[in-house]
Design a protein around this ligand. Structure first.
Ligand code: GRF
Length: 216
């Protein structure tokens, strides 16, 4: 069964959605470790409540960012992790980790990439005035939210939306598409060609979630 290593810095609601999907029998995987850079993260409590060992690793304990990510990669390898999940990990991961898990690191971003990468994707969308935003699960490469897109969900943006109201609307879809993307990986159905991810033997529409539905 697929072994996940989850990296999270904060409240961990996506981590929880993954735990719940495993418990419900939807996701054929287990979580081997939660690694956090923030000992106060609520994600730590979620790990403890679910019998997942939390491991606090702070970059301040390492001479360089690269050596920090090399140590993180070692911890993940030592536990036999197959797929690394960035679930609100508030740092740009560096080459030693990316090289050790090439196309085996997934991130969720709260915007329709390549629009609004980096911090505060929801605020950027509200301030720009776009009418659609959403969330993206992608493989992680060396850039800032630039890796191959696996699945996206779109939601409307209303003229009276705030960062908070849009974030709430998007988050519901994050919790759906992240477990789904991991499930596709677990089933060996993601094939990466250049920067295009194909979902094998599956409806090609399944990598796109539109709300409200076109026929709704
Ligand atoms: C989410 O909005 C995710 O898209 C972004 O960080 C946030 C993490 O939320 N990468 P949570 O910790 O999973 O609740």
């Amino acid at each position: 069964m697929l072994k996940l290593g989850v990296l999270a810095s904060g409240r961990g609601s996506n981590f929880q959605a993954i735990i719940d999907s495993i418990k419900a029998g939807y996701l054929p995987a287990s979580v081997s470790v939660l690694i956090t850079d923030n000992p106060g993260a609520y994600a730590v409590k979620r790990a403890e409540d679910n019998g997942i060992p939390p491991l606090v690793m702070s970059p301040s304990g390492y001479p360089s960012h690269d050596s920090y990510y090399a140590a993180v990669a070692d911890e993940l390898k030592r536990r036999g992790v197959d797929l690394v999940i960035l679930a609100g990990f508030m740092r740009v991961v560096r080459k030693p980790l990316i090289d050790a898990f090439r196309m085996r690191i997934m991130n969720i971003h709260p915007a329709l990439l390549p629009s609004f990468p980096g911090l505060h994707g929801q605020r950027q969308a509200v301030n720009y005035g776009v009418k659609l935003s959403g969330c993206t699960v992608h493989f992680v490469d060396e850039g800032m939210d630039t890796g191959p897109v696996i699945i996206q969900a779109a939601v409307p943006v209303y003229h009276d939306d705030t960062e908070e109201s849009l974030s709430e609307r998007i988050l519901k879809y994050e919790h759906r598409i992240f477990p789904y993307a991991i499930k596709l990986f677990a089933e060996g159905r993601l094939h990466v060609e250049g920067r295009v991810v194909k979902v094998l033997s599956h409806s090609k529409e399944d990598a796109v979630v539109v709300n409200p539905p076109l026929d709704g």
